[in-house]
Ligand binder design. Structure first.
Ligand SMILES: *[C@@H]1O[C@H](CO)[C@@H](O)[C@H](O)[C@H]1NC(C)=O
Ligand SMILES: *[C@@H]1O[C@H](CO)[C@@H](O)[C@H](O)[C@H]1NC(C)=O
Ligand SMILES: *[C@@H]1O[C@H](CO)[C@@H](O)[C@H](O)[C@H]1NC(C)=O
Length: 236
C-alpha cells in the first residue's frame, strides 16, 4: 500500500524546503497558492498549502520516475481500462507497480520476514507519527549519514519527525530515471546513533533508500526493528 504524505514543515535549522526541489515534475506544475484560482480546464496541482505551512512532498508518478535497480525508470504503469472516448460511461484507470515506488514508507515487514508474516504492513503505522510538524535539516554534502554526522547535527530532544536533505537533492537523483547506487543514505552506525540518542520516530530521506547502498540491509534492520516507531519515506 502506498502512502501519500502531507507534512507540516517547521524548520528552525534550515529555513523552508528549497523551491528548487519543486515542482515534483519540473516544468509541469504551478505550485503557488494563487494558482488555485482556476477558471479553465487546466489542472492545477498544488504542492504548497496553508500559506506554505503544508508541503505535499510526494513525487508525482511518471514513467520516468526512478525505480529500484531500474535503468529506465518506472515505465508504463498506468492504463485506461475503460474510457468515455470508447463508449464507457466513465473513465477507469488501472495502475500496476511495486509498492516501493516514488515517495513511500517502508513497512516493518519490508526487512523482517516474521513481521511480514505477522501482518506488520503500512496500515499498522501510527498516523500521529506520520503527520505533523517536521524538521527539515541539511546534512554535510561530503559524507553519508554516519554516527559522527548525526552527532554534529545537534537535533534537539523532542523532535520526532526529521527530513534529511542530502547531496541526493543537489544531484536531483529523483529526477533521473536511471537508478544510481552512489546515493547518500544512513550508515548502520548513523542509524544506531539516531535510535539510541534522539526522539526521532519518522526518518525522511531524498532518495529510494534510507540506507546507503553498501549498508542497505543492516541499516534497515536498525530502523525497522522497533516496528511502530521508526519509519522512513523518500521524498523531495
Ligand atoms: C476520459 O478519458 C479520455 C480518454 O478516453 C480522456 O481524454 C478524458 O480526459 C477523460 N475524462 C476525464 C473526465 O478524465
Ligand atoms: C479505444 O478502442 C480502440 C479499439 O479497441 C483502441 O485502439 C484504443 O486504444 C482505445 N482507446 C482508449 C482511450 O481506450
Ligand atoms: C555514500 O555511500 C555510497 C556507498 O554506499 C558511496 O557510493 C557514496 O559515494 C557515499 N557518498 C558520500 C557523499 O560519501
Amino acid at each position: 500500500m502506498i502512502s501519500f504524505l502531507l507534512l507540516l514543515l517547521l524548520s528552525p535549522i534550515s529555513t523552508t524546503a528549497s523551491t528548487a526541489a519543486y515542482p515534483t515534475v519540473p516544468g509541469t506544475a504551478d505550485t503557488s497558492a494563487s494558482a488555485s484560482l482556476n477558471d479553465n480546464l487546466t489542472p492545477i496541482r498544488r504542492e504548497l498549502y496553508g500559506d506554505g505551512r503544508i508541503f505535499d512532498i510526494s513525487h508525482r508518478y511518471t514513467s520516468n520516475l526512478p525505480a529500484y535497480r531500474s535503468d529506465n525508470g518506472l515505465g508504463q504503469f498506468l492504463q485506461l481500462a475503460a474510457s468515455m472516448k470508447n463508449g464507457s460511461f466513465a473513465n477507469i484507470s488501472e495502475m500496476k507497480f511495486s509498492v516501493h515506488t516514488g515517495t513511500h514508507v517502508d513497512a516493518p515487514g519490508h526487512f523482517f520476514d516474521h513481521y511480514f508474516d505477522a501482518g506488520f504492513d503500512v496500515d499498522t503505522l501510527d498516523l500521529e507519527v506520520l503527520n505533523g510538524p517536521g524538521l527539515l535539516i541539511d546534512v554535510p554534502r561530503d559524507s553519508n549519514i554516519t554516527a559522527e554526522v548525526m552527532k554534529s547535527l545537534n537535533i534537539p530532544k523532542g523532535v520526532t519527525r526529521v527530513l534529511f536533505r542530502t547531496l541526493n537533492t543537489d544531484r536531483r537523483l529523483m529526477f533521473k530515471s536511471k537508478f544510481d547506487t552512489s546515493f547518500v543514505g544512513f550508515t548502520e552506525d548513523g542509524a544506531k546513533w539516531l535510535v539510541q540518542n534522539t526522539d526521532i520516530k519518522l526518518v525522511g530521506i531524498d532518495y529510494l533508500s534510507v540506507g546507503a547502498w553498501s549498508e542497505m540491509v543492516s541499516t534497515h534492520l536498525v530502523f525497522l526493528e522497533s516496528k511502530e516507531a521508526l519509519i522512513k519515506f523518500q521524498a523531495f
